[in-house]
Ligand binder design. Structure first.
Ligand SMILES: Nc1ncnc2c1ncn2[C@@H]1O[C@H](COP(=O)(O)OP(=O)(O)OP(=O)(O)O)[C@@H](O)[C@H]1O
Ligand SMILES: [Mg+2]
Length: 354
């Protein structure tokens, strides 16, 4: 096992990371937890086991390296401590699915067995991108975290929001407030204030619109995806009005899908808004030429781009033609002008800068 700051220093020495004082300051928090977890507990008849370390709630602007630091922490723990790194949203969906199953079996308190299963499987939970927008999540996180903390599970998390702003303006928010207090008590809240948006830096000057579709575009996009995500990533299922909307690949705020995944299916504005909210960067491959032959796909594409534009999502895509040449004949060309212009604007190097 290597301490988190040693891993970081090694990455800086080999040139894969820039030394950043704000990140170094936050690393101390991960080192603190790492050390507490890796120090063997001396057991004695009269010696009580020490309480588990407080977790950390790392928050701040986009691209500051929060997820990267959390990943280093998970890497540092290695196989020595049962740790699970999971996107918060995906985790909550598992919880809901488990509760659904428990209820179907007639269990009155459906959360209890689900929380128990989590507690049995991990010692450390590393949540990426904690945010709470859904009332069904808001109403159970308090009890869920209470159970996790009571069992000594250590929670670390990244977020773009300070705890006090979680579930802001949400329905029945007063019932949610104890959860905020619990977080403050059991986790050290740490704001990462850094002037550098590394994600933006990585994309600075990089091409983000590739045409035509083909092996060259595919290769370039695969390289960008690897650079931004380390190549890993799994599907992210978003629940929109009880339905599943799937992004085939997702990691660290970056989603990846093909045109047909998102526009070839019966998705609507609500689905696109949910996608735009869930990602900071969308990699969208194989946008075909649009015409009256694929009018429905084209209409959905316009809606998707509008949603991404409003949410200032960074778009990296491959397309059959330049934006202005994507849709040149038939009904809808006029409406598409705005989409083409947005596609242009979204290629700007400053687009999406926080
Ligand atoms: N010190 C650094 N040197 C070089 N690259 C870095 C550094 N810190 C982070 N990065 C890279 O910048 C990108 C963004 O970092 P990361 O995903 O950790 O940001 P974040 O704070 O989690 O952002 P968000 O709030 O949007 O989730 C990643 O590709 C990451 O590897
Ligand atoms: Mg992140």
């Amino acid at each position: 096992m290597t301490a988190v700051s040693d891993l970081y220093a090694a990455r800086v020495a080999e040139g894969t990371l820039h030394a950043d004082t704000a990140q170094e300051a936050a690393l101390a928090e991960f080192d603190r937890i790492y050390e507490a977890l890796s120090t063997p507990v001396k057991r004695g008849l009269f010696r009580k086991a020490p309480p588990p370390p407080r977790g950390v709630y790392l928050w701040g602007g986009v691209g500051r390296g929060k997820s990267m630091l959390m990943d280093l922490f998970v890497e540092a723990l290695g196989d020595t401590v049962p740790v699970r790194r999971v996107h918060f949203h995906a985790f909550m969906q598992e919880i809901h699915a488990g509760m659904h199953e428990a209820r179907a079996k007639g269990v009155a308190d459906a959360l209890a067995p689900v929380a128990d299963a989590v507690i049995r499987s991990v010692k450390v939970l590393a949540f990426d991108e904690m945010q709470i927008t859904d009332i069904t999540d808001a109403m159970i996180v308090g009890r869920l975290f209470e159970a996790l903390f009571a069992a000594g599970v250590v929670v670390v998390t990244t977020s773009n929001r300070v705890p006090d702003d979680l579930y802001k303006d949400g329905l029945n928010r007063q019932l949610f407030l104890p959860f905020i207090e619990l977080i403050k008590e059991r986790m050290r809240v740490w704001e990462m204030i850094s002037p550098t948006d590394y994600r933006q830096n990585r994309l600075e000057g990089a091409r983000v619109y590739f045409t035509p579709i083909g092996p060259a575009a595919r290769g370039e996009i695969a390289a960008i995806w690897r650079d931004l995500t380390g190549g890993a990533g799994g599907p992210l299922i978003l629940k929109v009005k009880g339905r599943d909307v799937e992004l085939p690949a997702f990691r660290n705020g970056i989603g990846r899908a093909s045109f047909y995944d998102l526009c070839g299916r019966m998705l609507g504005p609500g689905d696109y808004l949910a996608i735009a909210e869930a990602v900071k960067v969308l990699v969208l491959e194989d946008i075909p030429r649009l015409s009256r032959n694929n009018f429905n796909e084209a209409k959905r594409f316009v809606t998707l781009i509008d949603a991404l534009y409003e949410a200032r999502v960074r778009l990296i895509c491959s397309a059959a033609a330049e934006p202005e040449m994507l849709y040149v004949e038939g009904e809808g060309t006029f409406e598409f002008e705005r989409t083409a212009s947005r596609l242009r604007e979204m290629q700007d190097k400053d687009w999406g800068r926080a």
